[in-house]
Write a protein that binds this ligand. Sequence first.
Ligand SMILES: Cc1cc2nc3c(=O)[nH]c(=O)nc-3n(C[C@H](O)[C@H](O)[C@H](O)COP(=O)(O)OP(=O)(O)OC[C@H]3O[C@@H](n4cnc5c(N)ncnc54)[C@H](O)[C@@H]3O)c2cc1C
Length: 447
Amino acid sequence: MTGFPITPASPVVFADALPASCDLVIVGAGIIGICAAIFAADRGLKVVVCEKGRVAGEQSSRNWGWIRQQGRDLGELPIVMEAIGHWRAFEAELGDDTLGLRWTGILKASRTETHLARSAEWLRLAKPFGVDTRMVSRAEMRDMVPGAAVDYAGGVFTPSDGRAEPWVAVSALARLAQARGVAIREACAVRGLEVSGGQISGVDTERGRIGTPQVIVAAGAWSRLFLAPYGVHIPQLSVLSSVASTDPVPGLFAGGFSDGDYAFRTRADGGLTLAPGSEHDVFIGPDAFASLFRYMSTLRQDFRSTHFRPWAPRGFPDGWTTPRRWTGESPFEALRILSPRPNMATLNRARVALERAFPQAGPLRFRTVWAGMIDTLPDVVPVIDRVAALPGLILATGMAGHGFGIGPGVGRVLADMAMGQPVGHDLSRFRFVRFSDGSPVDFGAAL
Ligand SMILES: Cc1cc2nc3c(=O)[nH]c(=O)nc-3n(C[C@H](O)[C@H](O)[C@H](O)COP(=O)(O)OP(=O)(O)OC[C@H]3O[C@@H](n4cnc5c(N)ncnc54)[C@H](O)[C@@H]3O)c2cc1C
């Protein structure tokens, strides 16, 4: 994992000159911004991507790398299925194992019949979409995960799911975008939008103005803070998710595996990327506090695995002292890369749970530990939509824990949206106004 985690000390690699004007500015060089740029350039648009820190410095390099159809919200499912085709095409174009793609499948194990029944119900609903997911019996589990000390009631397996190595994959895709003519500029915060005559006319960056009729905001955990000055309010919350890499562990399941207490996948170097199954931390800041009632039903489902921390760290998007309005230097320059400290207690619990389930794997040693802030919305699906009140503004945020794998699919959708063309999927589930038109929170069928 050379060069990981990405920090403000990491060298600036993408430093293209900024034009005075272009067709589309993308705020944020995570997987979503980079993929949107690739497809928009393919369609002939002149595209600029501005990144306050480094390409994929935040969530997009810190995630588990799972490319997962299994258990997905039914609105997202066709887009992630499309994304798999794009991942394969990128792989064919880049060659040389640049992305670290492996199609080794994802297996979700169930300790109880009740848990297993939930997976079976999801599969019943997902089958018409054409997924290759299948249920796994108790006996078959013993063959798929030999040496398991847990008598799993069964599981659900998706052979066509896969994974990539996120901290190299997104940079490789950014180079592909550059080769298509996209200008990418790291260490270049967008301070705000320029609005003329009620529509987008440009962006104000720390390196000057860029005129543009369209902006995609793919700013991850910063989107709420970025958009609020324009009256565009999204009830976004960010949760801290901790991860560890371990020494190589031979003989474990080769794909992605989860059992509720922990989740792992084998990395290209033979070690595991290991994380708690569902435990995460929520920092309380003014925005989280204001949105808490919207998250009540989400939190009720997940209460025991949520650790509340009353003080969002200084400079975080929802910090108590983070400015909500600014002129000149913005909060996006004050904190270039969101790099929270991992919660070691949750990581150690995951390690112990894995050692108990697979005694042959232990004792496990952590090589690197890290954390990322996952941006989410009350119904745990993103906003992918135009803002009717501000023509030229497109939102692509709130990807929850799913944005990496689906990234190329969302990127293609955004490019067609920017072109004003049909996007080929029903995006009503991801509409912006669902938070303000009285719609009840709909959790869908996701596992
Ligand atoms: C620990 C962890 C595990 C995960 N596991 C998985 C997984 O296995 N599979 C999966 O599919 N997903 C997973 N996810 C979720 C996935 O990583 C995210 O959904 C995805 O990376 C989001 O991509 P993004 O481009 O929307 O945001 P980000 O990657 O957060 O990128 C947003 C970028 O915008 C930049 N930015 C913000 N404001 C500005 C500004 N004003 N000007 C310029 N730049 C700005 C930020 O610096 C940042 O680089 C995981 C996430 C975490 C943290």
